[in-house]
Design a protein around this ligand. Structure first.
Ligand SMILES: Cc1ncc(COP(=O)(O)O)c(C=O)c1O
Length: 448
């Protein structure tokens, strides 16, 4: 570069030195794998004195653990040998039948034959990527998008093209524009990834009319829709919304999970696919894990059969509603003018837009020092966006802790704004390195 000073002796050589002796041998796809830069910080954030509004962890302490304990003991006593055995690669047929009944709550009619049980919906994301994505393929995804999905697409060496959303979810006109832009470059998208209900991280839901519009646009462009719906039964004041998959069966791959309605530790999710695709997904899953976890599947199956599970979902909804209310009222009370946020009607997350000029990633160390943690918005973009946003999760902390956390965070925001007004934009060390966020980060499980 003309005018740049020469590098100090040794600097060029140092740039090529890697501490990892295997670096030359890794597969190209590992280049898309990157641990979250903020993982280390979250080791600190998990200390008890820090209010963590970061992790999307369901509040499993609210489960009826005593009766679940009795149920599991019964399961082992009466059917232990088969519950601890391998099962078919597609998962237990009885569980698949029960899954179709769960999906019926969102208007889906499906055959158990088209359901593949997976290790959480995260494995389902990976299976769909393996079956449909070649390196360089385009995936359309909401801006922002679930970090674990971005990590999976990145591992598949796909290119993510973000599509704008607003308070009514994905914007159909923006989807059409994205498709037109791709077509002008001679490209087309393979998949449209969407979380239509209680979006992670945006906290919004796709409106009823938009659901049909989005499907119509995807259909005419020949793009498969990947509907990821772990939160659909967690609406606070509304009946479950009608799934995209309830409107069409041919163009939608539907992902479900028991992680948010029962337990994430069981790792039981599923994918419902068009019949022709289902076999490929089973083969891909067998190559990965042989079969989904039989014991976890048997526990879920027994829980659905013997426990008042929908009553328990109601308990969760009430609990999360109270925490959502605590978050929104604390934000209204403490946050400065210029900050805005979404108002979720279900799920776990509020998406905050910071006042102009603030950088959520640069601010995070100061926030953790002030004993509050959140996830910076950059983790939810594959293209370096999101610096002015952050995600707050209200699912885990008690309401009083939430109020205290938001109060602490508001104080950090004020300090940041003051620093900027006294010393200018560099005072808050923006995180804008050149390739910031270019590669999706792998989420730590407790940040998902
Ligand atoms: C939108 C979304 N999809 C998928 C997952 C993964 O869930 P699972 O525990 O079923 O793998 C999560 C977890 O937070 C999520 O928020």
């Amino acid at each position: 570069m003309a005018g740049s000073p020469p590098p100090p002796p040794g600097a060029v050589a140092a740039a090529h030195v890697s501490l990892d002796p295997y670096v030359e041998r890794y597969a190209a796809r590992t280049h898309g794998m990157r641990a979250s830069e903020i993982r280390a910080l979250f080791a600190v954030a998990n200390r008890p004195e820090v209010v963590s509004l970061a992790g999307g962890m369901p509040f499993t302490a609210a489960l009826p653990l005593d009766s679940v304990g009795v149920m599991v003991a019964d399961l082992l006593r009466t059917a232990g040998a088969s519950a601890l055995q391998y099962t078919g690669g597609q998962g237990d047929p009885v569980l698949r039948e029960q899954i179709t009944q769960v999906m019926a709550l969102e208007g889906i009619t499906a055959s158990p034959d088209d359901v593949v049980v997976t290790v959480g919906s995260q494995q389902a994301l990976d299976l769909v990527s393996r079956v449909f994505l070649d390196p360089g393929d385009v995936v359309l995804a909401e801006a922002p998008s679930y970090v674990g999905a971005l990590g999976t697409f990145s591992s598949a060496q796909a290119e993510v093209v973000h599509v704008a959303m607003d308070n009514d979810g994905l914007i159909p006109a923006a989807l059409q524009e994205a498709l037109d832009r791709l077509a002008a470059r001679g490209r087309r998208a393979k998949l449209l990834y969407t979380v239509p209900n209680y979006h992670n991280p945006a906290g919004v839901s796709m409106s009823e009319p938009r659901r049909d519009e989005v499907l119509a646009i995807a259909r005419s462009a020949g793009v498969l829709v990947l509907e990821d719906n772990p939160y659909g039964l967690l609406g606070f004041d509304e009946e479950p919304r009608r799934a995209l998959r309830a409107r069409t069966s041919d163009e939608v791959l539907y992902l479900g999970s028991f992680s948010k309605t029962i337990s994430p530790g069981l790792r039981v999710g599923w994918v419902l696919a068009p019949h022709a695709v289902r076999e490929k997904l089973v083969l891909a899953s067998e190559a990965q894990v042989l079969c989904p976890p039989t014991f976890s599947g048997a526990i879920v199956s027994a829980y659905l059969r013997t426990q008042p599970w929908l009553e328990q979902v109601k308990v969760f909804r009430e609990l999360y509603r109270e925490r959502r209310d605590a978050t929104l009222s604390a934000l209204a009370q403490h946050f400065p003018a210029g900050a805005t946020w979404t108002r979720p009607t279900g799920g776990f997350y509020v998406w905050v837009t910071l006042p102009e000029g603030l950088d959520s990633k640069a601010m995070l160390p100061r926030a953790v020092h002030a004993r509050v943690a959140y996830v910076p918005g950059t983790g939810f973009y594959a293209d370096g966006g999101g610096g002015r946003h952050l995600r707050l999760s209200y699912c885990f902390p008690e309401p009083d802790r939430i109020r205290e956390g938001v109060r602490r965070l508001a104080a950090v925001l004020s300090e940041e704004s003051e620093l900027r007004s006294v010393f200018g934009p560099h005072a808050t060390a923006p995180s804008g390195s050149k390739d910031r966020g270019r590669r999706a980060q792998t989420p730590a499980p407790d940040l998902a």
